[in-house]
Design a binder for this molecule. Structure first.
Ligand SMILES: C[S@@+](CC[C@H](N)C(=O)[O-])C[C@H]1O[C@@H](n2cnc3c(N)ncnc32)[C@H](O)[C@@H]1O
Ligand code: SF4
Length: 305
C-alpha cells in the first residue's frame, strides 16, 4: 500500500503555493482572529520533528527530486520553536537537491519572537518566504477583529524579515470593518497605505502586498456578528472605493521599489495586478472603470476563499 503524507484537514495555503509540496508542521493556529476559519476545528499542535521528517521521506519516494517548493502548514507555522523549524528546513534541503525555497504563514508576533540571528539562519538554510496577515494598518480595527497585533508590530516584523532576506508577502482585507462606517473604512484604507509606505525597503528586492476581500465563513466570530445583525458586509462599490483610497495614499520614497501588488484573489470583485508605486495611477483608473461598469465585477456566487 502506498504511504500517505499526513494532513489535518481542512488545510489552507496561499494561492501562490498551489504547486508546492504541502507538509503539515503545525496543526491549527495559536490565535483566533474573528474573520478566520483556520483554527475552527483543530486543537493547536506543533508536530514532532520525526513525524514531519517521515512525511518528507514519503514525499521523496513519491516525487523524487521534482520538489522545488515546500509550504509548511498550518495557519501560523512560524510559531514553531526556531531550533525545530531549522531542523525541518535543513532536512528538507538535504532531501530535495532542487529545492528552491520553503515558506510558511507567519503571524507578526511569532516573527518578533525570533532573533535576527535565528531568522538569518533559517533564511540561509532555505526558509525564503513568509506570508504575513496584516489585514489592516488601523490599530482600532485590528483590535476590533482580535488580530493580536498592531501596525507598529507589522512594521517591526517586516523589517526583521527584510534584514534576514526572507521575502515578505503580506495580505490586507478589503471591507474588514463592514458597511455603514465610512470613517472606519477611510481610516482602514489610509492607515494600511501608511503601513505599506513605512515598510518599503530602500533597495529593489521583490516583496508582495495583496488585498483579499472579506468573506464571512460559517463558524467565525464575524459570522456570528452578522447573524446577530451587528455586522453587514460592504457592497462591491464600497469595497472598490476603499481600495481606491488605499491606492491614492500609497507613496514610496524609493522609486525603484519592486512591490508586487495583487488584488486578484477569488474573494476580490475586480482582478488587479501591478507594481507599486509606479503602477498606482493605472490601478486607480482600473478601479474607476470598475466603479462605472459594475458588469465587469466578479459575481457574488463566484467569490470564495
Ligand atoms: C490562513 S491566514 C494565515 C495568516 C497568518 N496566520 C497571520 O496571521 O499572519 C491567511 C490570510 O488569509 C486572509 N483571510 C483569512 N480569513 C479571511 C476572510 N474571512 N476573508 C478574507 N481574507 C481572509 C487573511 O489576510 C489572513 O492573514
Ligand atoms: S489570520 Fe492567521 S493568526 Fe489569525 S486565526 Fe487565521 S491563521 Fe491564525
Amino acid at each position: 500500500m502506498t504511504e500517505k503524507i499526513n494532513y489535518c484537514e481542512p488545510v489552507f495555503r496561499p494561492p501562490s503555493e498551489a504547486y508546492s509540496l504541502l507538509i503539515q508542521l503545525t496543526e491549527g493556529c495559536t490565535f483566533k482572529c474573528d474573520f478566520c476559519m483556520s483554527n475552527l476545528r483543530k486543537h493547536f499542535l506543533v508536530r514532532e520533528v520525526e513525524d514531519v521528517k517521515k512525511d518528507l521521506n514519503i514525499a521523496k519516494k513519491l516525487y523524487a527530486n521534482r520538489i522545488k517548493k515546500i509550504f509548511f502548514l498550518d495557519g501560523n507555522a512560524m510559531v514553531t520553536p526556531a531550533e525545530k523549524l531549522l531542523e525541518v528546513v535543513k532536512y528538507a534541503k538535504e532531501l530535495f537537491p532542487n529545492l528552491e525555497r520553503c515558506a510558511v504563514y507567519a503571524h507578526a508576533k511569532d516573527i518578533l519572537k525570533k532573533s535576527d540571528e535565528q531568522l538569518r539562519e533559517l533564511s540561509d538554510s532555505g526558509l525564503k518566504m513568509a506570508y504575513v496577515g496584516f489585514e489592516s494598518g488601523y490599530n482600532k480595527l485590528l483590535k476590533a477583529v482580535n488580530k493580536h497585533a498592531t501596525k507598529e508590530e507589522f512594521i517591526a516584523a517586516s523589517k526583521k524579515l527584510f534584514k534576514a532576506d526572507i521575502t515578505l508577502s503580506a495580505t490586507l482585507i478589503n471591507g474588514l470593518g463592514g458597511a455603514g462606517n465610512l470613517e472606519l473604512s477611510e481610516m482602514h484604507a489610509k492607515e494600511s497605505a501608511d503601513l505599506v509606505n513605512k515598510i518599503c525597503p530602500l533597495d529593489d528586492r521583490l516583496w508582495y502586498i495583496a488585498f483579499l476581500t472579506l468573506m464571512v465563513p460559517q463558524g467565525t466570530e464575524i459570522y456570528k456578528e452578522k447573524a446577530r445583525g451587528k455586522f453587514k458586509e460592504m457592497d462591491q462599490f464600497e469595497i472598490l472605493h476603499e481600495l481606491k483610497i488605499f491606492m491614492q495614499n500609497i507613496k514610496f520614497a524609493n522609486k525603484n521599489a519592486n512591490c508586487i501588488f495583487r488584488s486578484n484573489h477569488a474573494s476580490n470583485y475586480l482582478p488587479i495586478k501591478g507594481i507599486l508605486d509606479r503602477d498606482k495611477d493605472k490601478i486607480i483608473s482600473t478601479l474607476n472603470y470598475g466603479l462605472n461598469h459594475p458588469e465587469v465585477m466578479r459575481p457574488e456566487f463566484y467569490r470564495g476563499l
